[in-house]
Design a protein around this ligand. Sequence first.
Ligand code: NAP
Ligand code: GDD
Length: 323
Amino acid sequence: MAKRALITGVTGQDGSYLAELLLDEGYEVSGMVRRSSTINFERIAHIQDRINLVAGDLLDEVSMINILKEIRPHEVYNLAAQSFVQTSWNQPVLTGETTALGVTRVLDAVRTVDPGIRFYQASSSEMFGKVQEVPQVETTPFYPRSPYGVAKVYGHWITVNYRESYDLHASSGILFNHESPRRGLEFVTRKVTHGVARIAAGIDQTLALGNLDAERDWGFAKDYVRAMWLMLQQDQPDDYVVATGETHSVKELVELSFAAADLDWEKHVVIDERFLRPAEVDLLIGDPAKAEKTLGWHRDVDFPKLVQMMVEADLALVKSQQA
Ligand code: NAP
Ligand code: GDD
């Protein structure tokens, strides 16, 4: 019998890669989508006929319970969230409702419908914020620096609490930044690679950015969704840091991206205060030793390869749009 999985956030970057992986592993995959006035299934269009899309919302626990009763999944991957840090200062309450309390709604639906369901929570390196040690590991104390980070800390601890209170197989993946050609255009990697492609095509002259000194541990999303799946295949639930163990500045990202299109970044990049944040996470670098040892996880794509892949994809995308 095929295993059944439910993904919340299936229309997002990670949801689309995870759905592909689970289909390859022989799962029956369901994806929860929220109602909107326009369809936004671009990232899953190529697999849409192989997944079962169900309507629900993290803000509505009734919908979660009904979906679980209908699908009876063996595994639930909770990827849905208000995931853009900058927006979390403008919409702190919505961010808390979705990214924090939404986790409780899914966990409680799991507990109510079938406590045997295995659960994955998409926790984040943003929880480390003003980092208390370098590199960050599973035991590093959290010091979030944004309403989003605060909400993710809640989501992490409610996952641990439901695991300990109700003996749920609930795991939390503390994932560091991961990117891909499917990344949303507002995040800095994609903003830069897409911006480079538009400049190369003569559409734009400049690219406005914020803090070029911030450093991130950037990996490839397709590598990271494999870690999510591996966590739910373990006998025991646990928490894992998933990272590359390398850090790079936004400036390095900019230099590499413009160079990949034979452009001089200093002629095109301007600093715009609108993209600076009220509080910044200056440095993130994770140690994935536990995930490597226990899960047998490793990443295939390094930073230069990731940037090259994203620039090439955006050059092709912009060219096809022009044609
Ligand atoms: P993403 O591309 O922004 O996708 C977010 C998904 O959540 C979308 O499918 C979105 O649906 C859905 N969603 C938002 N609010 C919802 C609601 N109220 N009810 C149901 N669905 C809702 O994010 P991602 O990069 O794939 O990240 C996946 C998860 O991992 C998120 O929880 C994120 O916070 C976390 N995370 C990401 C990273 C990273 O570097 N990518 C690192 C650590 C943790 P719509 O399409 O309808 O908007
Ligand atoms: N978005 C954006 N736009 N970021 C910029 C810009 C800009 O124009 N200029 C500089 N940055 C800097 C930000 O200040 C931040 O320090 C860094 O680039 C990365 O920003 P994002 O790409 O927006 O990602 P993030 O690190 O804030 O959050 C992402 O990673 C988290 C994991 O650490 C998101 O995917 C979160 O959902 C995820 O949890």
